[in-house]
Ligand binder design. Structure first.
Ligand code: ASP
Ligand code: MG
Length: 405
């Protein structure tokens, strides 16, 4: 009998009716002849309100205690869902992350799963029960409750699916799947049938936040097929799996954006060996994540260096830069009113002229481009924040993504 892992997000279990809806779906899957493991998130905005509650007590609560608190959200929803499934006459048991064998490292609030010990889950399944596992939480090697970072239930589900060699990991959410662009910006964006793991990583980390990026990484490593679909409809959603590139007809799969960026330019920094190393190693030492990097004018002893960071990290980045400048004469300029727009597609590797088409789309709309970066499967442009929605629309239209993949 094939094992199916189903993960239901907070919006899918937000109230009693929705929990009953999930319970019926789970029971139907059992009746279709599958063994079912269910991973659930906390109801609705529970995690947000727990975080808020903690902040009314302390501005800097110990992370271990924060995890102890946040894990209660998922503990509530597993119990309620188990009661709902039981009320339909289906044998069921709920397990916390620790009981379900979700072993993590000790980094509280952003722990990583080290291993899933599937023994308990398997033994409960073999008794003919549905097994519900709390998402987002685990147990560290020092026997403390940990959480996996916001959106971490996705990663729990994929890791459990990998450990049990499940046929598929279904991620149920409040949208129909992964779209060619954010439908709130591009009304004729289409639901994608299939997305490659690498493409999904780019789309996820660039703001199409249907899945925690870590979940996609784990799925890619273990080859777990993910089916992203709506808990409120029977329609098929989007399959995320290894895609044979030879079959690729389209060069671009989707357009993503990221509003959370800020641009820093160091005007006239020395081009001597070691300057770049000094800047970026100092930023790394303070935990600042740098995204796009461009240096130009290297034929002179001085050049302009531009890079982007998240808006939250801008002030830390500026103080790091200030602290290493000493009496050097370069000037620092920053701009928070920027956004990154990217076209993503594994088919780009084998199709020339993709970047040219993107620049054509942007220039036809008079959208300035400040920084460009490329990888094998994406081209990103930093544009004024006030124009990023126009940029997303223009790229979506230029690559005719409304026709689907
Ligand atoms: N409840 C957690 C959160 O809100 C985990 C999840 O939803 O995946 O981030
Ligand atoms: Mg989520």
């Amino acid at each position: 009998m094939a094992i199916i892992v189903q993960k239901y997000g907070g919006s899918s279990v937000a109230d009693t009716d929705k929990i009953m809806n999930v319970a019926r779906r789970v029971v139907r899957t059992v009746q279709e002849g599958h063994q079912v493991v269910v991973v659930v998130s906390a109801q609705g905005k529970t995690t947000d309100s727990l975080i808020r509650q903690a902040s009314t007590i302390s501005s800097n609560p110990p992370k271990r205690e924060l995890d102890m608190l946040l894990a209660t959200g998922e503990q509530m929803s597993i119990a309620l869902l188990a009661m709902a499934i039981d009320s339909l006459g289906q044998p069921v048991i709920s397990l916390t992350g620790a009981q379900g064998g979700i072993m993590t490292d000790t980094q509280h609030t952003k722990a990583r799963i080290r291993e899933v010990d599937g023994e308990r889950i398997c033994s409960e399944l073999s008794k003919g029960q549905v097994v519900i596992v709390a998402g987002f939480q685990g147990i560290s090697n020092s026997n403390d409750i940990t959480t996996l970072g916001r959106g971490g239930s996705d990663t729990t589900a994929v890791a459990v699916a990998a450990a049990l060699k499940a046929e598929v990991c279904e991620i149920y959410t409040d949208v129909e799947g992964v779209y060619s662009a954010d439908p709130r910006i591009v009304p004729d964006a289409v639901k994608l049938d299939v997305v490659d793991y690498d493409e999904m990583l780019e789309l996820a980390s660039l703001g199409a936040m249907v899945l925690q990026p870590r979940a996609v990484e784990v799925a890619a490593v273990y080859g777990v097929p993910i089916h992203v679909r709506s808990s409120f409809s029977k329609e098929r959603g989007t399959m995320i799996k290894e895609v044979n590139l030879v079959e690729r007809e389209v060069s671009v799969t989707g357009v993503a954006y990221d509003e959370n960026c800020a641009k820093i330019t160091l005007v006239g920094i020395p081009t001597d060996i070691g300057a770049l190393h000094k800047v970026f190693s100092s930023l790394a030492a303070e935990g600042v994540n740098v995204d796009m990097i461009v240096q130009a004018g290297t034929s002179t002893p001085r050049a302009d260096l531009t890079f982007t960071v998240t808006r939250e990290e801008l002030s830390t980045a500026l103080s790091v830069i200030g602290s290493i400048q000493g009496d050097d004469s370069w000037r620092t300029v920053c701009d928070e009113d920027v956004a990154k727009v990217s076209i993503v597609g594994a088919g780009m590797m084998t199709n020339p002229g993709v970047a040219a088409r993107m620049f054509a789309a942007l220039s036809e709309e008079d959208i300035p481009v400040y920084v460009v970066s490329t990888s094998e499967i994406k081209v990103s442009c930093l544009v004024p924040r006030s124009r990023y929605q126009d940029a997303v629309k223009a790229c979506h239209g230029k690559f005719e993504l409304d026709l689907g993949n």
